[in-house]
Design a protein around this ligand. Structure first.
Ligand SMILES: [Zn+2]
Ligand SMILES: [Zn+2]
Length: 229
């Protein structure tokens, strides 16, 4: 989803730039041209464009055009301009420094800063979303692990014939006892954190409460003693 938004915004920005680029057009000075501070031939003189200079001129009215001259907005009378020949080899560009053919106007700078801001914002949003999804994954895994480890069979069973002790959710299969035709399971206790020892047969169990006094391998019944934690 975030990728889609990203793409849309980039496309939008590209459109803005394209539209922006259309409205100033390159012209060539056919005479030396004075650059004025205002749209007025009596206003301050910012400088002079030499004959042959190619520069972007944004037409304002029949007489005046707007240019960016040495980083400042200037005005020129458009009668001294012609469109440059397609080959552009007649250029003796002097007033315009090589990198400065597109010297950025204030508006351009603001636009660039805005675009930069949007891109940084998108990157940050993307990071945040990524981080959040990673955290959710981690939490899920932890929960799953807990669930798995929390699952423990609940009850202790002991066979009265072979004295095998097992932990199961419910009474195990009775077949296969080596001392009798079938195991004879007896539920001793529920699984828990307290330890009990039978002093007669040495069976040790982790239980919730004292195990039942069922038949013991050591004779008669188990004799349970609580072990220190
Ligand atoms: Zn058995
Ligand atoms: Zn016992």
């Amino acid at each position: 989803m975030i990728k889609n938004i990203h793409l849309k915004i980039v496309l939008l920005l590209a459109c803005i730039l394209a539209v922006h680029g259309v409205y100033a057009k390159s012209f060539v000075a056919i005479e030396d041209v004075k650059v004025r501070a205002e749209k007025d031939s009596k206003s301050a003189l910012l400088g002079k464009l030499k004959k042959g200079t190619i520069i972007d001129v944004e037409p304002i009215d029949d007489t005046w055009g707007k240019v960016t001259y040495k980083g400042k907005t200037g005005y020129v009378t458009s009668e001294y301009f012609d469109e440059p020949p397609p080959s552009e080899n007649a250029t003796e560009s002097t007033a315009v420094p090589p990198a400065g053919k597109k010297e950025l106007s204030e508006n351009d700078k603001k636009l660039m800063m805005f675009i930069g801001g949007v891109i940084v914002f998108l990157i940050v949003i993307k990071r945040v979303l990524h981080y959040r999804s990673e955290m959710t994954d981690r939490r899920k895994k932890a929960a799953e692990y807990e669930k798995e480890t929390a699952y423990q069979p609940k009850f202790w069973y002991q066979c009265k014939h072979c004295w095998v002790t097992v932990r199961r959710e419910s009474a195990p299969n009775s077949e296969g006892c080596f001392n009798a035709p079938d195991h004879h399971w007896f539920e001793l206790a529920e699984y828990g954190k307290t330890r009990y020892l039978c002093k007669k047969c040495s069976t040790v169990l982790n239980v919730r409460s004292e195990p039942a006094t069922a038949d013991c391998k050591g004779g008669e019944l188990h004799f349970w003693e609580k072990l220190p934690a």
